[in-house]
Design a protein around this ligand. Sequence first.
Ligand code: WT7
Length: 652
Amino acid sequence: MSQSQETLSNLLQETRSFPPPAELAAAANVKAEAYDEAAADRLGYWAKQAERLTWSKRWDEILDWSNPPFAKWFVGGELNAAYNCVDRHVEAGLGAKIAYHWEGEPGDTRTLTYADLQREVNKAANALLELGVRKGDRVAIYLPMIPELPISMLACARIGATHSVVFGGFSSEALRTRIDDAQAKLVITADGGYRRGKPSALKPTVDEAVAQTPTIEHVLVVRRTGEDVAENERDVWWQDLVERQSDQHTAEPMDAEHPLFILYTSGTTGKPKGILHTTGGYLTHVSYTHNAVFDLKPETDVYWCSADIGWVTGHSYIVYGPLANGATSVMYEGTPDTPNKGRWWDVIQKYKVSIFYTAPTAIRTFMKWGDDIPAQYDLSSLRVLGSVGEPINPEAYVWYRENIGAGRTPVVDTWWQTETGGIMISPLPGVTAAKPGAAMRPLPGVSAEVVDDQGEPVPNGGGGFLVLTEPWPGMLRTIWGDDERYIKTYWSRFEGKYFAGDGAKKDEDGDIWLLGRVDDVMLVSGHNISTTEVESALVSHPKVAEAAVVGATDPVTGQAIVSFVIPRGSAGEEVEGEEFLKELRDHVAKTLGPIAKPRQIMMVPELPKTRSGKIMRRLLRDVAENRSIGDVSTLADSTVMDLISEKLPSAK
Ligand code: WT7
């Protein structure tokens, strides 16, 4: 978004809004007054949230911001994250309460109460100590979605080792670079996990990675699939080592700023950034937001976040937030279409899930599969739905609310990042009349703005860059080992403000709409046009399930809009013809204005996505500009570009 702030954004007139159900509003955890309270005393408000946790030593100072952008929260305070997530609930008499209903992909299940979790975490902590892991060491975790994953994270937290979870879908090269960057001493892995109905091996990837990593002393291996694996000298079986440990261990209090975890995020260029999160502020932030944004009632709710723990969403909203709050959660190992496309709805029906948190990419996939699938299940237990990861197209939002939430449940569209640690901008389900497609307002305690090129706030109705104007407890503390890059990436674009890298607009009411990464904004005939909004206009056509839009170089307009569209399951044959493509182009022009009319629309069977579900527009730009296709190594499914090339002879 360069010179002109005159964005097209305002042309998308989404006028629907959904006020909270009266009953939910009356009993909501967080009410409208919280905004005023936090505005009057922001730090006091956060200190009050920190009281949600049990501290071994109270802090002396809420925030030390004397050396920006290096923040220290709850200075002088001491606490243990694992104690807060597990032990204190057992001590409060909730040992028999279920922490996780775990569901394996093949249909096997495990139920872990808080007392079970305490025993397992203690044993794992003792095992780590036996392996020579000490406070301050780094531990890489490369596991499928099995209970040993949260158990390993909490065991690290318990002894003060910093974990670095690497998503199980990453290659040995990706794992190796992350191990090396963090100089991890230990990797915790498994023989494999289950995906798409069969065992999917992990151990060989680890073997390949650690063959070249000088720092790894041991590989701790969980037996999950029972498939044969190569055994190396450094390997230790979880079932041998952990099982024979004592289930007693006293958690050691850590400084509030003790490094809890590193999580690598790839960004657009260069080597992955090790995002560092610490203990007291992070845990405060995720506990508070999990309670506020989902209106969690720990006594009665069953909560399910469908993310993988390999991403920050899983760290904050499968592990640390829900456990700090004593919630009962569902954790599912596999893919949504195994053994059939109703698996997720079956899980919701089976465990009577009341709060469900997923991503727009999943929602659009379900739209594509058809309304009739969720309709076969009893989803009446649901009361709050959430979305995260990308802007949610208004149509996908409404589909989610109608088809999963029976038109009753609030949908909270939560904006945040690996770097922010927890949710920053979101409706509150008992307060906000949410607009489909808008993340709405910064949460009480959070300060965000939409600014222009000069860093000046835009007026209502204007568009620009999203920035965070005050430090917050869950913020990244630095990029592991690279303070300079931390300053340069996030704090240099606008003086004194955190630059999120996202485009955004404020509507006439001052509510915030996210417009995608700034790198994705198109400049067509001098107008900034957001890929997100053209995509949303396309998805608002009843025959379209998913759309991706890119700007391709054009001799006349600078950039021209090129769209890739996946038809809905029920759309039938007519979506192939020229006539239909014209209808779609006209539909966009009608919705957004003629300037946004795509030059070209191509029907495709799939879209290229990263493993966390984000559309890789870079590859589509290669197609649109008739270039050979660039680096595909971060694609979730490497065959997708072949499918697209087959469909579009020009894309080679
Ligand atoms: C980027 C951060 C937050 C956990 C998962 C992703 C995009 C995320 C939304 C949303 C619009 C969103 C942004 C952000 N994003 N949530 N509700 N509306 N965009 O974490 O991988 O660090 O990605 O995801 O572009 O900057 P991440």
